[in-house]
Design a protein around this ligand. Structure first.
Ligand code: KPL
Length: 382
């Protein structure tokens, strides 16, 4: 950790969902000062009242049924700041930032801390889907534009991009508790410097990478090309698993065709035909978009990866399933939507992803319990 004025710099965590809480807790337990950035002052106060504690219920380490309230590993002494309470100028520079917000919330959340990031800062992004760094760059660091217009070049932080297959979920009634339902893995890589960023990496980049690598979350630092491949495989897994489980309202294992007979279900049998088709469509898009990766992203390789993720996260509820259940917007535009747009750009039809996108968006508008919005309800009874 970098020490400024005799003080260790905290790792700020933006996004207090299941993944953000998991990482914040493990970073704290690894000895780092951690500050969670919460949406409101009342959330920050609630967090302080419980001693700055995050509980991680390690569901994956215990046989099912895993009941909430069972032994949890706690990390305390975590600081909290309310994003809304930060006035102009904020509370000083953030040197290390982990962004674990949902893809669709990231731009809005990032806007609240952007003024606290400088060229010595490192930002680690941990979202599902693809295109988040591009969107941040376009929104907050459009250097190429300002350079061509002779305008000032914004000081750009260093970015680390990561992907995780840890299965975790939150139970709405539990505050600052995350359930770690399946032990996955995590890969990350330092992004080559963006225009406007220092060409030599700031100390914070190495420190952030070290902090992530040392977490007991099977975290591995990869080269940028290797990470890109892993992001594409993860995108495939999210594109197949998340919308399907969200639409059906089931755990990941329910759609795993090789589910052991003891727990096999009609649902799993039904997906035996769907899975290869969905994977083949994604592989066809990848083949045109990334011809150099053809051998690593063939339909069989994509299917093998999706099946592997299904197997290791069988007990988890996908993030999209949780979003739909809670009546929140989903990441479908950054997952299936990204594949549809990639297909369009490369002339590859994507009927399965287009349909999944449309169905999830319809489901998003029908409310948490599947009730129809008032206007729609009125129309159906008219
Ligand atoms: O990334 C996930 C998610 O739910 O978003 C997986 C790995 C599929 C775990 O459920």
């Amino acid at each position: 950790m970098v020490v400024l004025a005799g003080r260790q710099q905290p790792i700020h965590v933006l996004g207090a969902g299941a993944v953000g809480l998991l990482f914040a807790s493990h970073l704290r337990r690894s000895g780092h000062p951690v500050t969670v950035l919460l949406r409101s002052q009342s959330a920050a106060e609630r967090f302080c009242r419980r001693g700055g504690r995050i509980d991680v219920v390690d569901d994956w380490a215990r046989p099912p049924p895993a009941e909430s309230g069972a032994a949890a590993a706690a990390a305390d002494g975590i600081q909290a700041e309310a994003l809304a309470a930060q006035g102009d100028g904020g509370r000083g520079v953030i040197s290390h930032l982990l962004v674990a917000t949902k893809a669709q919330d990231t731009i809005r959340a990032f806007a609240a801390v952007r003024h606290r990031l400088g060229p010595q800062s490192t930002v680690a992004l941990l979202q599902n889907g693809m295109g988040v760094l591009d969107a941040i760059q376009a929104e907050f660091y459009p250097q190429s534009q300002s350079q061509s217009q002779g305008g000032p070049v914004a000081a750009t932080p260093t970015f680390i991009v990561g992907t995780t297959s840890h299965g975790c979920y939150r139970v709405p009634a539990e505050d600052f508790v995350t359930h770690h339902a399946s032990m996955g893995a995590c890969s990350f890589a330092v992004h080559p410097p963006l225009p406007g960023a220092p060409t030599t990496l700031p100390e914070s980049a190495q420190e952030m990478a070290d902090a992530l690598r040392r977490l007991p979350l099977a975290a591995v630092e990869a080269s940028w090309p290797d990470l890109h491949l892993q992001l594409l495989l993860k995108l495939a897994a999210n594109a197949v698993i998340n919308p399907t489980t969200a639409l059906v309202g089931c755990c990941n294992g329910h759609i795993w065709p090789d589910n052991p007979p003891a727990s096999s279900s009609l649902g799993a049998a039904a997906t035996a035909g769907y899975l290869p088709l969905a994977c083949a469509e994604i592989a066809a898009v990848y083949e045109r978009a990334y011809p150099d990766l053809r051998s690593k992203l063939a339909a069989a390789a994509v299917e093998q990866h999706v099946t592997h993720i299904l197997r290791v996260t069988a007990r988890n509820r996908s993030s999209m399933m949780q979003d739909i259940a809670a009546g929140r917007a989903t990441e479908v535009d950054w997952i299936n939507g990204h594949l549809v747009r990639l297909g369009e750009r490369h002339g590859v039809p994507t009927p399965i992803n287009t349909l999944l996108c449309a169905l999830v968006k319809l489901r998003e508008t029908s409310g948490p319990a599947g009730e129809q919005p008032q206007a729609a309800a009125a129309a159906t009874t008219a």
